[in-house]
Design a protein around this ligand. Structure first.
Ligand code: ZN
Length: 397
């Protein structure tokens, strides 16, 4: 201690020390800038790239629809069974045999009432004007009874006539078994008694392929065409619920599932980062097209590699934390912008570009708060070394 004090008094020694410190600082600063900017830009774009629209709502791997055809008396009971599981189903109604009290009650509990034509003729023997009449009239009757728009159509007999598909799409937003964007994006199972054991394998197939799974039945307990047994149906629903609880499948109405499918193809994300704030605009949302729906939900995923924690400043956004990512679900009818605060160092590096001591110190303090010095990524090493350079300023503050 005495010896150093003695040398410090000598001008040549002091000059050498200052020169050494200066060189170290300049070389260090140059290296840090290279590491910083190269790494930062790569990470930032990678992080933004990894934020994308989920294939299905809330990050589910598949979407499962149950639909029941022809509007039979047991529809009310079927809807109550689905209520027990908190699942929504679609009920396809023939206008001429409509049971008004029943469908009003089913609709009030959140299920979908869809059109199954006016009087259920065989569409393959009709000409296009007769098909047009059947589809238009069936829709009108349902809308008059419920006072809401009927957006989904299901062809009687499922003959898949191309003229029916074209006419139905002119009058309805959605047509069962068809996608506006990709017709093969469907797995279907006719839910007859002999097919009940195929429900779970079909659903697993849907999970593997990420497609919509459409189960189409008529009725239960001896009523209608090829009815299924209520107890056996519930056994399948029990199994499906376990997958639903895991978040792997989304059981919903045709209307919601098909709407999500459309939005997935139509919407693009515009992502802007300022500091640790991420603003996402959902572009191309067509308000006019979806005006007849109650909601147009869409989910995005933000992997943990991009944010270890986040806070969404936009209202009415559901946030779900899965094992490796956050999933944010919003209703585009309400808001097409999300403002998210991401607690992740990569997004805090923006200020560094200004390259002033003040910015460095601000960043330093912010990063200290994030406790990133506990790991040894390249950025952390960079900041630790920079901390040494501005140690004096830090301590003075
Ligand atoms: Zn039918």
């Amino acid at each position: 201690m005495v010896k150093i004090t003695k040398y410090l008094g000598q001008p040549l020694f002091t000059f050498k020390i200052i020169l050494l410190l200066l060189i170290t600082s300049v070389v260090g600063l140059a290296n840090q800038k290279n590491v910083d900017f190269g790494k930062k830009n790569a990470n930032l774009s990678d992080s933004l790239e990894s934020i994308k629209i989920c294939k299905w709502k809330d990050g589910a791997k598949t979407c499962v629809n149950f639909s029941f055809d022809d509007g039979l008396p047991s529809f009310r009971r079927i809807s109550q069974v689905f209520d027990l599981y908190n699942f929504k189903a679609s009920f396809f109604i023939i206008a001429t045999t409509i049971q008004i009290d029943s469908i009003k009650d089913i609709y009030a509990r959140g299920h979908e009432i869809a059109s199954h034509s006016y009087s259920h003729p065989l569409f393959e023997v009709l000409d296009s004007s007769q098909i047009e009449y059947q589809i238009r009239k069936g829709k009108e009757v349902l809308e008059n009874v419920l006072g809401v728009k009927c957006v989904t159509f299901g062809e009687p007999g499922n003959f898949r006539s191309q003229s029916c598909k074209a006419i139905a799409f002119k009058q309805h937003l959605f047509v069962r078994h068809y996608s506006e964007y990709d017709d093969i994006n469907r797995i279907e199972l006719d839910l007859q008694p002999k097919n009940l054991t195929l429900v779970i394998p079909t659903m697993l197939n849907g999970i593997a392929k990420g497609t919509i799974v459409e189960f189409v039945a008529h009725s239960i307990n001896g009523e209608g065409f090829s009815p299924i047994n209520e107890t056996l149906l519930m056994q399948q629903l029990d199994l499906i619920r376990s997958y639903s609880n895991n978040g792997d499948i989304w059981v919903t109405t045709c209307k919601e599932g098909f709407c999500y499918e459309n939005l997935y193809h139509e919407i693009s994300l515009n992502k802007m980062v300022t500091g640790d704030t991420l603003k996402i605009n959902f572009q191309n949302y067509n308000r006019e097209k979806y005006a007849d729906l109650d909601a147009s939900n869409l989910s995005i995923e933000i992997p943990f590699s991009t944010a270890t924690d986040l806070k969404c400043l936009t209202n009415f956004v559901g946030i779900k934390k899965l094992s490796d990512k956050f999933v944010l679900t919003t209703d585009l009818k309400r808001d097409t912008t999300l403002i998210i605060i991401l607690n992740k160092p990569i997004f805090s590096y923006q200020g560094v570009q200004k390259n002033t001591k003040k910015d460095y110190l601000t960043e330093e303090n912010r990063l200290l708060n994030y406790n990133i010095f506990n790991n040894d990524s390249l950025q952390d090493i960079f900041f630790i070394s920079r901390k040494k350079i501005f140690a004096n300023e830090l301590y003075q503050n």
